[in-house]
Structures are given as structure tokens and as C-alpha cells.
Design a protein around this ligand. Structure first.
Ligand code: GTP
Ligand code: SPV
Ligand code: MN
Length: 622
């Protein structure tokens, strides 16, 4: 119990954990308590004891259940409200002071107006609940410029998840207090106060949702959702949306990228960062098990990369997170054995997957054979032959955006350099998307500017990671469409500027990949997963100038014998269709890119216009 005496409402509440002394933090907490009026406060220390007691609490509340200790030690399982299963892009706002700074790709409302709306929602929103205070650091605590945040949330599920995904707790607070560091205030509420005696529900949330960023103030307000990117505010909200605005101002890059180390048979190491939209293969590539003999991969990160130029002029990447929040469906021993090994070590949170009769988890794609009977993500009995009781036979047992949340240090191939606050020097950047046609397996850009054009024009079919229709094609610049905290044109210009200032020889080479080309029957023509190592090998050989490439209007493609396809199970026709490009598909693509650029308005970078003209004229007439 706190013994501090003061006039604030905060000091009159029952309190557990050690009270901070950080002046700005206390000032902010006082305001939050006055507004949200929680019944109690818990100051998180990030300890094992805290984990245990919060798990007990959530079990008692019916929010989670413990999994079979022999199969998934120290792990829990949560089912969300069926309407709270993914990021909500329609309710996500960039509230810059000037509307024009949010750009055409973000929702905007004037900061004062948004604060008025949300202050009403927050008024008394934590009545009947405990408020958790989580000091956290994105990136290494001993980074040159550590990036702190404090999340306040009325969800213990969020507190447990933040402990896995970020450096969170007493040690972070100690450093913040010793150095007087500033922090990004992150306010989160599920938006379901409990009046006297009102029973709680298993997954409290609100049908009104707001995920709001104030980029100039470096502040985040989130309301109404308990799920993933909506509620773990260190992740998309801070490490991408707010950090991208910081990065613009400070001359670095905050990107939606995995980071991996590729090691050749002779021991040469390559560091690769790759940006694919949500649910398009980052976690899988980050933990890839190469099928090409002698090659190895080590994992550094699976979702977010912060990249800065080092004193030697090279671009260095760090992963600001400490966990994986990975898509469960499709993850199995055959596709991603390293992720399976990581989660089997336990200490994980599983959300919206299915449960086996013996208290383990299952999802589509984990095993070839479906278990005969499961409990599905909605809690219904589910049978392999007939689907859920009362549902359709084709309903999946796990939600398509069901997730595992697992500490990164459980990954069997985690790179020792993950712990290096300086990061790793990036040799190659890969952009990618989910395109059933047009975009070939791998294309190298002619130079940085052309690579930025590739990234800026990247397109992908939408997935279950965000609420809304699945399979709809949209432009997704650098896989950052939902995560750029400012104007998309300025964001692309920032990429161009960094390249123009740098020593061209030291810049990473840029590539564009597509694992998702389909034939006329809808089948993926490229086997993907471990076989993507064949593409990584080509990337490495291009970085070292060891193999030739074919110059085409869209960029540099592998020569006929460029890709190592030794032992690959693919027909010659499929291989040809996957690796080659069709000029007519690209002639059709040009006006689509033009329309995308039209949305940028007058801020559209000249370099992009030049690149598009060059592409159009190189493609010529049919
Ligand atoms: P977020 O966590 O939402 O950012 O997703 P992600 O980019 O990390 O995607 P992830 O690696 O989790 O993969 C998403 C889905 O795509 C899973 O169902 C995978 O099984 C599938 N997938 C990943 N790589 C490949 C591939 O090479 N080929 C095919 N066909 N599917 C893939
Ligand atoms: C994504 O959607 O890109 C994710 C999951 O990584 S979430 O944390 O919900 O944003
Ligand atoms: Mn992601």
C-alpha cells in the first residue's frame, strides 16, 4: 500500500506496487485518475509474481484460462468479444494540428475536437476497475536515445501482453527517474465501467472505438478495444505511428519490417530488413528455415524495425520489441518450426485460437490432420467433419486473425545481435505484398530512388489483420499504409532524402518480392515458406555482385539460371510464370499507380513522377 499523503484522488485510492516519483508522470497520472476514476491503481513492476497474480485475476474473471502445463507451460488462452478481433483502421486517427499533415491516408479530426469527444468517453470509464500503470521502453534501455512510454490501461490482459512485447516495469521506471527522461503518455481503456454490483463480462470492450494519435504532442489515446494493435500501445501506435513522426524530425526510419541475419555456407553474414503488410509473411520470413543446403537464418525481429545511419555511413536496424504477436493460422511444424518451438516453451498468451480437449491450442494449418473435436474461438464445440455446433460446416475453429504472444528470447534461432543496442548493418531491404498477379517473385531496384518507388507503389490484398473485407487490393506504401503518422507524400520524401544524403555505395540494395502469385485455379504457384530462402540467396548474391540480372522496364530480374531451384518441387511453367513479368499486366498497372499518386496532391515527390514516366515509356506500346 502506498503511504504517500496528498490531495490528489490518486493518493486516496487503494494502491499496489511502488509509486513512481517521476514528476511529469505523477502529474499526468493525477489527471487520468480524475478523469477515468478507477477503483484502484496497480503500478506494474514486470515481475514473475506480478504475472502470476494478474493471471489469477484474469482466470477468476473468466477472461483467460490456463493451458495444459505439460504442453504450454505458464500459458493462457483468451477469447475476445467476437467484434473485437483485429485492428480498426476506420476508427484510427492521426490528430495533427493541421489536417494537411495527416495526409490523404489517415483519418483526421482537430485535436481539440477529438479531445472533447474522447474526454466524454473517458469520463468515469474505469469505474469499478483497476488502473494498471506500465512504464515501458521501446528498444534497448541502453540505446543512445531510449524511447520511453507509460501506458495506463484498465485491462490486465494488456498488462500481461505488454510485459511480453516490451521492456516494461520497475527497471524501466528506475532509468526514467534517474535520467529524468520524458515519455509518451499512452492512455487506454476498454470503455466498460462497472457500476455498483454490475457483473463483469469475460472480454469487456465497447462498440465505440477510437485509436488516436497526437503526433505533435507525442501522445496516444485509445478507447473501446482490448485487442492487439488497438490496445498494446507500444506496438503500432508508438513504435510506428508516433515513432515515424519522431523519425521524420530526427532523421531516421520507423518501419513495419522484420529483421533477419542470413548466413551463407562460407559464413558470410547478410542483414536483411523486409516490409510486408499485416498477415503477409514477416514472422514467417523472420524465422525461416532455409531449404537451400548450408544456408542459415537468425531472427532479429518480426514486425518493427527502427533504422538509423551509423557513423560509418551504413544503415543500422534494431527491433524495439521483445516479443512476437504472431498470426496463428498457417503456423505449423511444416511452415514455421521455429515459431512452434518458441511457443512450445510456454510463457505465452493465445487469443482466439481453438482449444483441444486436453487443454492445448490448435489452429488451421498447425497440423495436416484436423483434430476430431475442438472448442472453437467462440467457445462452441467444433467437429472436423461438421464445424461448430449451430454454425456452418466451413467455419474455421480459430479466428483467421488469432494470435500467439510469445517472448522473443524463446525463439531457437534468435540472433545474439538482438541484444546489441547499436543494431545490425542492413545489406538489403525487401518490400513485398500479396498479389495474385502482376508482381513477379523477386525484382531488384536499379538504385535507391527506384527502390523507394517500388516501396511507395507496393500493393497488397487486404487480410484479416484489420477489420473489413479481405482480399481487396490496395496500395500499401512500404507496408506502412495504416501506420504512417503523417502525410504519405512527406513520408516517401523522407525516404528519398535519406538516400540522397547517404553514400550510395553504403546504402542497402532494395528488392521487391511476391510470394503470393496464383494460377487460374487460385492455387499459390510458389511454394513459399522455407523455399523463400532461394530468393534470399539470390538477394545475397546480388548484394555481393556474384550473379547477373536481366534488366527490364520494371527492374532487375533473375537470369534463367539465376535462382537456385535445385530440388525445388515446381513445374517449369509455374516457375516461369512466377519469375517473369508480363508487360501487359504492367501497362495496366501504370494508370493504377498514377491514380494512387494523384491522391498525394501537390506534395507528391517529383522523383516518383519521374520514375513512373520512366516505367511507362520503357514498357512502350503493346
Ligand atoms: P502481422 O503479424 O499481421 O504483421 O503478419 P506477418 O506479416 O508477420 O505475417 P505472417 O508471417 O504471420 O504470415 C501471415 C500468413 O501468411 C500466415 O497464415 C502464413 O502462413 C502465410 N504465409 C507466410 N509466408 C508465406 C509464404 O511464403 N507463402 C504463402 N503462401 N503463405 C505464407
Ligand atoms: C499487424 O496487424 O500488423 C500486427 C498485429 O502486427 S497488430 O498488433 O494487431 O497490429
Ligand atoms: Mn505487423
Amino acid at each position: 500500500m502506498s503511504t504517500t499523503v496528498g490531495l490528489s484522488l490518486r493518493n486516496s485510492l487503494p494502491t499496489t506496487g511502488d509509486q513512481p516519483t517521476h514528476p511529469r508522470l505523477l502529474e499526468w497520472l493525477d489527471k487520468v485518475v480524475e478523469l477515468c476514476r478507477p477503483d484502484a491503481i496497480h503500478y506494474c513492476d514486470g515481475s514473475d509474481e506480478e504475472w502470476d497474480s494478474l493471471v489469477d485475476l484474469l482466470v477468476a474473471a473468466g477472461t483467460v484460462q490456463r493451458l495444459n502445463e505439460d504442453r504450454k507451460p505458464n500459458s493462457i488462452y483468451a477469447r475476445t468479444d467476437p467484434d473485437d478481433v483485429a485492428r480498426v483502421e476506420d476508427s484510427t486517427f492521426i490528430c495533427s494540428v493541421d489536417e494537411r499533415d495527416a495526409g490523404p491516408t489517415n483519418n483526421w479530426m482537430a485535436p481539440a475536437e477529438m479531445k472533447r469527444v474522447m474526454t466524454q468517453l473517458y469520463d468515469g470509464c474505469m469505474v469499478g476497475r483497476t488502473m494498471y500503470v506500465m512504464p515501458f521502453c521501446m528498444g534497448h534501455l541502453d540505446a543512445k536515445d531510449p524511447k520511453f512510454g507509460v501506458e495506463v490501461s484498465d485491462s490486465a490482459y494488456v498488462a500481461l501482453s505488454m510485459r511480453i512485447m516490451t521492456r516494461m516495469g520497475a527497471e524501466v521506471l528506475r532509468v526514467m527517474e534517474e535520467t529524468g527522461a520524458d515519455f509518451v503518455p499512452c492512455l487506454h481503456s476498454v470503455g466498460m465501467p462497472l457500476s455498483d454490483g454490475q457483473p463483469d463480462v469475460a472480454w469487456p470492450c465497447n462498440s465505440t472505438k477510437y485509436i488516436v494519435h497526437f503526433p505533435e504532442e507525442r501522445m496516444i489515446w485509445s478507447y473501446g478495444s482490448g485487442y492487439g494493435g488497438n490496445s498494446l500501445l507500444g506496438k503500432k501506435c508508438y513504435a510506428l505511428r508516433i515513432a515515424s513522426a519522431m523519425a521524420r524530425d530526427e532523421g531516421w526510419l520507423a518501419e513495419h519490417m522484420l529483421i533477419l541475419k542470413l548466413i551463407s555456407p562460407t559464413g558470410r553474414e547478410y542483414h536483411i530488413a523486409a516490409a510486408f503488410p499485416s498477415a503477409c509473411g514477416k514472422t514467417n520470413l523472420a524465422m525461416l528455415q532455409p531449404t537451400v543446403p548450408g544456408w542459415r537464418v537468425e531472427t532479429l525481429g518480426d514486425d518493427i524495425a527502427w533504422m538509423r545511419f551509423g557513423e560509418d555511413g551504413r544503415l543500422y536496424a534494431t527491433n524495439p520489441e521483445t516479443g512476437f504477436f504472431g498470426v496463428a493460422p498457417g503456423t505449423g511444424a511444416a511452415t514455421n518450426p521455429n515459431a512452434m518451438a518458441a511457443i512450445d516453451r510456454g510463457n505465452s498468451i493465445f487469443t482466439n485460437v481453438a482449444l483441444t480437449p486436453d487443454g492445448d491450442v490448435w489452429w488451421e494449418g498447425m497440423t495436416k490432420e484436423k483434430p476430431a473435436v475442438l472448442t472453437d474461438w467462440k467457445g462452441r464445440t467444433w467437429r472436423a467433419e461438421s464445424g461448430p455446433e449451430g454454425g456452418r460446416p466451413d467455419e474455421t475453429a480459430a479466428h483467421p486473425n488469432s494470435r500467439f504472444c510469445t517472448p522473443i528470447d524463446q525463439c531457437p534461432i534468435l540472433s545474439p545481435d538482438y541484444d546489441n543496442p547499436e543494431g545490425v548493418p542492413i545489406d538489403a531491404i525487401i518490400f513485398g505484398g500479396r498479389r495474385e498477379n502482376t508482381v513477379p517473385l523477386v525484382t531488384q531496384s536499379r538504385d535507391w530512388r527506384h527502390g523507394v518507388f517500388m516501396g511507395a507503389t507496393c500493393s497488397s490484398e487486404s487480410t484479416a489483420a484489420a477489420k473489413g473485407a479481405v482480399g481487396v487490393l490496395r496500395r500499401d506504401p512500404m507496408a506502412m499504409l495504416p501506420f504512417i503518422g503523417y502525410h504519405v507524400a512527406d513520408y516517401v520524401q523522407h525516404w528519398l532524402n535519406l538516400g540522397a544524403k547517404a553514400d550510395a555505395d553504403k546504402l542497402p540494395k532494395i528488392f521487391y518480392v511476391n510470394w503470393f502469385r496464383r494460377d487460374s485455379s487460385g492455387r499459390f504457384m510458389w511454394p513459399g515458406f522455407g523455399e523463400n530462402s532461394r530468393v534470399l540467396k539470390w538477394v545475397a548474391e546480388r548484394v555481393d555482385g556474384l550473379v547477373d540480372a536481366v534488366e527490364t522496364p520494371i527492374g532487375l530480374l533473375p537470369t534463367d539460371d539465376g535462382l537456385d531451384v535445385d530440388g525445388l518441387d515446381i513445374s517449369a511453367d509455374d516457375l516461369h510464370d512466377v519469375v517473369r513479368y508480363q508487360p501487359q499486366e504492367w501497362r495496366d498497372e501504370v494508370p493504377r499507380i498514377g491514380r494512387w499518386f494523384d491522391t498525394f496532391g501537390w506534395r507528391l515527390p517529383r522523383d516518383l513522377v519521374d520514375e513512373l514516366r520512366q516505367l511507362e515509356s520503357a514498357l512502350g506500346q503493346p
